[in-house]
Design a protein around this ligand. Structure first.
Ligand code: THU
Length: 161
């Protein structure tokens, strides 16, 4: 028997003034785009903004539905937009933020399990790691180097052939 360990490093910033210009710009967009979320059921408005390899910016917001499971997260809306607008172009960084009518937006959130799976496959299909900038409207900011850190033991297409 051999024990193995999975751990990863991430960066913690006190606020947006500590970020480089590109990341600060992307986070500002993610924070702003929460206004376009359609979340009348959870009142939890998520915004995601990506900088692509070609320097284009693509965003996404959560879109809910009266039939709750039909709703889709901001991250997967963003991936669909990126793949459709700029097919084959890899994503360098995604900033994710949120706003809420119920709770304070003062700490980072990280993608749900389903979005981690979708984000990971975007990394593999474009052969490029995706950095994540995670933050509320205020408070600390986390930067994670690659989505794969968030999904150890991932199920991938390698298993299918
Ligand atoms: N949501 C996202 O859009 N992204 C996340 O990373 C977490 C959750 C959405 C789904 C739902 O519309 C609302 O936030 C509350 O779960």
């Amino acid at each position: 028997m051999k024990e193995q360990k999975f751990e990863f490093e991430y960066e913690v910033y006190n606020d947006i003034s500590e970020l480089n210009n590109a990341d600060a710009d992307l986070l500002t967009r993610a924070r702003a785009v929460t206004k376009l979320a359609y979340a009348p059921y959870s009142n939890f408005f998520v915004g995601a903004a990506a900088r692509l390899k070609n320097d284009q910016i693509v965003s996404g917001t959560n879109q809910e539905n009266a039939s709750y499971p039909v709703g889709i997260c901001a991250e997967r809306v963003l991936l669909g937009n990126a793949a459709t607008l700029y097919p084959g172009v890899s994503i360098d960084t995604i900033a994710i933020s949120y706003d809420s009518r119920e709770v304070k937006s003062d700490h980072p959130i990280s993608p749900c399990g389903m979005c981690r799976q979708a984000l990971l496959e975007y990394e593999t299909r474009t052969s490029k790691t995706i950095r994540l900038v995670l933050a509320g409207q205020e408070g600390k900011i986390f930067i994670v180097k690659t989505v794969s850190f968030l999904l150890p033991f991932a199920f991938t297409s390698d298993e299918l052939v």
